[in-house]
Design a protein around this ligand. Structure first.
Ligand SMILES: [Zn+2]
Length: 80
């Protein structure tokens, strides 16, 4: 039996707007309360955007973490 609650609604204009604000949202850079609430609300109700935002958040965290870490010694040595 197929449950069709998880529909693909990428063409939804709300989704497009959410995409536009993902990075700002994840970085707490949305100054406009209304926009922030709108994105947050959308993510709570749209599974595809929520999982995408989660992925972006994880990638974001990794990128930040990588910036603070020393490169492994093997990567610092020139390949001769
Ligand atoms: Zn969406």
């Amino acid at each position: 039996m197929t449950n069709v609650t998880e529909k693909h609604d990428f063409v939804d204009s709300d989704c497009l707007e959410a995409f536009d604000h993902f990075y700002a949202y994840l970085n707490d850079e949305i100054k406009d309360k209304e926009t922030f609430a709108k994105i947050q609300h959308h993510l709570q109700h749209c599974k595809s955007c929520f999982s995408r935002a989660e992925m972006e958040r994880i990638l974001n965290d990794r990128t930040k973490g990588a910036g603070n870490e020393e490169a492994p010694e093997t990567l610092q040595k020139p390949i001769a």
